[in-house]
Write a protein that binds this ligand. Structure first.
Ligand code: ZN
Length: 395
């Protein structure tokens, strides 16, 4: 049994404990959280860490299968330029070593759990073999041509069954890449099976223009790609309305119960956010600020999300759109652009919210007796992050 203390312990649920101590066993399971009075009375002398301790980070959005693309795509191309640059690069598969290295690096950076997107099986063997991280795999499907919906759905379902893990879901990619029949098929299956969904949403302004006016950069790119956009006939004029319109109605499992991670939200406005909240009570909004700056050089309007009291989580996206896979780096970027954010808020986004989103809060996400969330030491910080803040793993 070991006992450690710190100037500040960030619990993960928004609470901050001053000079408290944590007792944990050799498996990393927390046995007690002790106040200064309690450990003094018990004559325990904790090992003290100056700065702050917090639970291990949960990275709710990553694409490990793009781990070989670091530095291969130029910054600030916008989402359409980014996708154009990404598609030819996807003919090269990552090596197992590159995927393993990304997992090891994330673990070193204090990440204990990941929500990882897979469009292929490139990462499956490594994910089954390495145990450093808890990995929830989102098998993601896309295809805008309605005639190919059945084929695409079965492709994704085959991949889903191929992965030997109980932590997996089938999920649609994004409003601009999914035909109506494919979206319907995926959502019906996912709702029936109670899957967690992960949906790339409002990563660019051109996504809204596509639905609103059938114009703009996204529309032009797709038109060039397919040669025609005659088959693109959304029922609504907005990506969020379209999602709501196609969500299956199941009286036994209302949509307010579904766990949905809406990822990016870079250009999501307050009206759209409110609509989502009205229909999907268990929504989680994932910010990937460094990837947003890399691709669009724009960040979500964080204050609107705060005002509406939504559950925010953090993600790194992939090495194709980020220089590193570090949740601390994502928090530092947010702290720089939104200096009024409290550290306890940022840490709750990086830990407990992510654990809840991935249904792993019984083990991960907060410092509480019985959990084994991993414990991180944040150096050079007390109540705000700065560029000098570093993370070290205690367990
Ligand atoms: Zn992504």
């Amino acid at each position: 049994m070991q006992t450690i203390s710190a100037d500040y312990i960030y619990v993960g649920n928004g609470e901050v404990l001053k000079n408290y101590a944590i007792q944990f066993d050799e498996k990393g399971i927390i046995k007690a959280v002790l106040s200064p009075k309690e450990y003094t009375e018990k004559n325990i002398q904790p090992v003290h860490y100056p700065g702050a301790l917090c639970p291990g980070f949960v990275n709710t959005h990553c694409h490990l299968e793009l781990s070989h693309l670091k530095g291969k795509i130029r910054k600030n191309l916008g989402i359409n330029g980014f996708i154009d640059a990404l598609i030819p690069l996807q003919q090269y598969a990552p090596s197992e070593q590159e995927i393993a290295q990304a997992i090891i690096d994330m673990a070193k950076q204090g990440i204990v759990a990941v929500g990882d997107i897979s469009n292929t099986k490139h990462t499956f063997r490594i994910k089954e073999k390495l145990t450093q991280l808890h990995i929830h795999t989102f098998i993601e499907s896309f295809g805008l041509n309605p005639e190919k919906a059945q084929e695409k759905f079965f492709e994704a379902l085959t991949l889903f069954h191929e992965l030997k893990s109980e932590y997996k879901s089938l999920t649609p990619h994004a409003p601009y890449s999914i035909s109506k029949p494919l979206l319907k098929e995926l959502l019906e299956y996912a709702c029936e099976e109670r899957h967690i969904l992960s949906y790339h949403l409002m990563e660019s302004e051109s996504e809204r223009m596509l639905f609103e006016k059938k114009q703009g950069k996204m529309y032009e790119r797709l038109l060039e790609w397919f040669g025609t956009m005659d088959f693109f006939e959304p029922d609504t004029q907005n990506p969020i309305d379209e999602w709501i319109a196609h969500f299956p109605f199941d009286p036994a499992f209302p949509k307010s119960m579904m766990h949905i991670l809406f990822v990016h939200n870079t250009f999501l406005n307050e009206t759209e956010l409110k609509k989502l909240l009205e229909h999907f009570g268990k929504s989680y909004f994932v910010f990937c600020p460094n990837a947003n700056l890399y691709i669009e050089n724009h960040l979500p309007d964080v204050d609107v999300f705060l005002k509406n009291k939504v559950k925010i989580c953090l993600g790194t996206d992939s090495l194709a759109s980020n220089d590193q896979l570090s949740i601390l780096a994502e928090m530092q970027t947010l702290q720089t652009h939104f200096p009024h954010l409290d550290l306890y808020t940022l840490i709750s986004w990086a830990t407990l919210n992510g654990a809840e989103a991935l249904y792993i809060e019984d083990t991960y996400g907060s410092i509480a007796t019985g959990k084994s969330p991993g414990i991180l030491w944040l150096k050079n910080t007390t109540t705000q992050l700065n560029e000098a803040t570093t993370v070290n793993r205690i367990i």
